[in-house]
Design a protein around this ligand. Structure first.
Ligand code: NAD
Length: 248
């Protein structure tokens, strides 16, 4: 019988997390390892990635790591080959990596980094699934799906990711389930100085829970959506925002 104590995960199943060198991706990787999953941790920042790997190993977890920019298809293909040799087939995917909304990116390049990369990752991953009890979660955002951001590419790319999730949920469910987790403001390095600003303080005051999300708040939502406990959940947009957007 499936136990809900570890979200119903089978010990040793593999989760690949992109952007695992910091913030939400690191939290998903660490919490997944605690639940008994083997982790393939990917990031373009080798130092941040090494810290995540050290923390998983120190806690007795099993981890493979790959330094890559996920918008580089050759690096993605090489990463899947490396991961296959190290940890075998990968049942779960967390498409999480993405630049900060404040990054001054050209629109087309930003969509390639944020959206095309998730498509490339998902298509490669789908070629090696152990069976259809597999699942993918994308980190989208309340931005784009509920509110607009100052940068044009951020709103556009987060909404596009959810469109892709809906396509996958409708047409690829015989292979895997697909869902989107939508963080509100989350306490990761990219928001470090925001809450000290006047606009940050005003935003905080409007969140019913009066705090930022912790990376773990988001990680546990991701892990639930990946897990067998959500076996009938497919194509959802799950805001994890402390109730912020229902006050707007
Ligand atoms: N922090 C928030 O308030 C918030 C809110 C909504 C959505 N998000 C989304 O959550 C995800 C993670 O953000 P975070 O806050 O944890 O940020 P973070 O900066 O703490 O971590 C992001 C990690 O992704 C890596 N990365 C970035 N681009 C990459 C690429 N092309 N290839 C490989 N690795 C790459 C970075 O090196 C970094 O380690 C992003 O998609 C972000 O848009 C964050």
């Amino acid at each position: 019988m499936m136990s809900s104590a570890n979200f119903g995960f089978t010990q040793g199943d593999v989760l690949l997390v992109t952007g695992a060198g910091s913030g939400i991706g690191r939290a998903t990787a660490l919490r997944a390892a605690e639940l008994g999953l083997a982790v393939s941790a990917w990031d373009l920042n080798p130092d941040g990635l090494a810290q995540t790997v050290d923390q998983i190993r120190a806690a007795g977890g099993r981890v493979h790591s790959w330094v890559a920019d996920v918008s580089d298809p050759d690096a993605v293909a090489a990463g899947f080959s490396d991961a296959a040799a190290a940890v075998g087939s990968i049942r779960f995917l967390h498409n999480n990596a993405g630049p900060a909304s404040s990054s001054p990116l050209p629109f087309d390049r930003a969509l390639q980094i944020c959206v095309t990369s998730a498509h490339t990752m998902t298509e490669q991953w789908a070629t090696q699934l152990p069976d259809s009890a597999s699942a993918m979660v994308v980190t989208t955002s309340v931005a784009g799906n509920r509110i607009g951001t100052e940068s044009d590419w951020y709103s556009a790319s987060k909404a596009a990711l959810m469109g892709y999730v809906r396509h996958l949920a409708a047409h690829r469910a015989h292979e895997f389930r697909s869902n989107g987790v939508a963080p509100g403001m989350t306490d990761t390095p990219r928001l470090a100085s925001f809450t000290e600003s006047e606009i940050g303080q005003r935003a905080l005051a409007r969140i019913p829970l009066h705090r930022l999300a912790s990376p773990d708040d988001i990680a546990y939502a991701v892990l639930f959506l990946l897990s067998p406990l959500s076996a009938y959940t497919n194509g959802v947009f799950l805001p994890v925002d402390g109730g912020w957007t229902v006050t707007q």
